[in-house]
Ligand binder design. Structure first.
Ligand code: GLN
Length: 535
């Protein structure tokens, strides 16, 4: 491994959903404020080869990297916080490690050896860290180990990182995140689960150098002393991950506690000058500013009970809302609950967004919502499936093609407005044939979308199989439907918009994956801008 990169291995204890991903992102953002170049990667302990086949309702959204990897949603957090585009190697599942190792074995690459978890799987895991650090040579590589210490699945990852530290002692630091438990509101804070989690880590041969304690309020000195005494971690290396008004305030909170001192001390470095991280400080102060506007946005989708299924969409709207000083409220409406009788209840909202999705379930409610937005001049933003349904709605209700459909939902429709176009740059993978990752798009002169992006060519990330059927373009255009973004290489429709509407834009790609805290995606920004009202 190169001797420049310092590795922070971040584990989690006691239970999941501690906010470990946000903690890693915040450590990264904070280190960037001290002039450090930072990359982050995540190991996921499950056996899926990537997140592509996992249900968003259970596991949260599938995030897509620019180079087309379907990843865990934490990669999206890392990208937004650090304002960078991470490569596909930044998410590695146990499934991928096993899959690649077994493929190597089938190819006869192990020359007769017996393939075992230790050393082969552990070696494959540490190679993933080494490869990333050698390829990009960042100052810091933060490695989030998914899952909870003590789980069977985590063992190979802990062993691999332990071995890595044994080999590169001065370059590898362990950070453990653990909760303080409050049984009843106002009762004593219990440190016992935390102590046991540190013991679990120690029995795997790892001594955490720094502890991030998740709790409602800052951990008191008295409690820090107790934790220090029972775990052996020095008082000054114990910090709090407290509840904040917003996750984007966490880097500032870590910096105020001087977490940087522990990190730089560990690597025997002086704490560098705080050169600031572009406009991070402006951004954190924006979050705290009073709001001048408000906007209520309806997201009409399938997973109304699992907001994590739409994490990047929520984040893109939220980030835009800070810049627009808008008090944002997002409501998730399950499209199965919408029908002709209650659709007018959508008039309570300032705007309607129909996100991406797969499969036939509950699409009619989404089509009704799109029709309602189109006919009532309510700002509408359609993403991927939302764009396909906007096209179907237009065909059915304006062009009077009553059976218009996507072949995803009705293979035998006489009017396949949305269909599979063979040979259009698809990669075959286990989950099927998807158009994944970055593709170019040329914007049409005089279009609203050109005003929004303010440049002729854009690149956005994709994740879909079906496309707008080009044989219908003429008839749509004659009725005021504008194809305002086209992928010229493959002649594919990327963006549609309507003339004579306040805001009716739908895109075949996923613009939510390119929002960063310093640069929200322009479509989200403009969509919120037209939807907001003075308070
Ligand atoms: N199901 C549609 C397709 O495969 C849309 C996918 C999406 O919204 N991501 O093309």
């Amino acid at each position: 491994m190169n001797d420049k990169t310092k590795i922070l291995i971040v584990t989690g204890g006691v239970f999941s959903s501690l906010g470990k991903g946000v903690a890693c992102s915040s450590l990264g953002a904070m280190l960037k404020c001290f002039g450090q170049e930072v990359l982050i990667m995540k190991f996921d302990p499950y056996l899926n080869v990537d997140a592509g086949t996992m249900a968003p309702g259970q596991h949260g959204e599938v995030f897509v990297t620019f180079d087309g990897r379907e990843t865990d949603l934490d990669i999206g957090n890392y990208e937004r916080f650090l304002n960078i585009n991470l490569p596909k190697e930044s998410n590695v599942t146990a499934g991928r490690v096993y899959y690649e190792t077994i493929a190597k074995e089938r190819d006869g690459k192990f020359l007769g050896a017996t393939i075992q978890v230790v050393p082969h799987i552990t070696e494959a895991i540490s190679q993933k860290i080494i490869l990333l650090s050698n390829k990009y040579q960042p100052d810091f590589l933060i490695v989030e180990v998914g899952g909870t210490v003590g789980d069977i699945e985590s063992i190979p990852f802990l062993e691999a990182t332990r071995q890595l530290q044994a080999k590169y002692r001065s370059q590898v630091m362990f950070i453990h995140t653990v909760p303080l438990i409050e049984l009843l509101t106002g009762s004593d804070l219990k440190t016992k689960p935390l102590q046991h989690s540190v013991k679990d880590l120690m029995s795997a041969g790892i001594f955490p150098n720094l502890l991030l304690v998740r709790s409602k309020d800052a951990v008191s000195n008295k409690l820090k002393e107790k934790i220090s005494l029972t775990t052996g971690i020095e008082n000054e290396n114990i910090y709090s991950l407290i509840n904040l008004k917003h996750i984007y305030l966490l880097p500032e909170s870590l910096e105020n506690q001087k977490v940087q001192n522990s990190i730089f001390n560990f690597f025997k470095m002086e704490v560098p000058n705080r050169i600031g991280y572009k406009h991070w400080d402006t951004f954190t102060s924006l979050i705290k500013e009073p709001k001048k506007y408000k906007a209520r946005i309806a997201v009409v989708g399938k997973y109304s009970d699992s907001p994590d299924a739409y994490l990047s969409i929520i984040s893109s709207l939220e980030i835009s809302s800070f810049y627009l000083k808008t008090d944002l409220s997002i409501e998730f409406i399950n499209s199965s609950s919408l029908n002709e009788n209650n659709i007018s209840e959508l008039s309570e909202f300032d705007a309607i967004l129909v996100p991406g999705g797969f499969g036939k379930r509950d699409i009619e409610g989404k089509i009704l919502a799109i029709q309602y937005a189109r006919e009532n001049n309510i700002p509408f933003f359609g993403i991927c499936l939302g764009m396909q349904l906007a096209s179907i709605e237009f065909a059915r209700n304006v062009l009077k093609m009553h059976d218009a459909d996507s072949t995803e939902f009705n293979e035998n429709t006489a009017n396949p407005i949305i269909t599979i176009l063979e040979g259009k740059n698809r990669e075959t993978n286990l989950g099927g044939t998807l158009r994944l990752g970055n593709y170019n798009c040329e914007l049409k002169d005089g279009s609203k979308i050109l005003e929004i992006y303010k440049r002729k060519s854009i690149v956005e990330r994709h994740r879909h199989r079906y496309e707008f059927n080009p044989k219908y373009m003429d008839i749509f255009e004659k009725h005021g439907f504008v194809f305002s973004g086209i992928n010229k290489e493959n002649n594919l429709v990327e963006i549609i918009e309507l003339e004579n509407h306040k805001f009716f834009i739908a895109v075949q790609f996923h613009p939510e994956f390119t929002s960063k805290i310093l640069s929200p995606n322009p479509i989200f920004y403009s969509f919120l801008n037209v939807s907001k009202k003075p308070i």
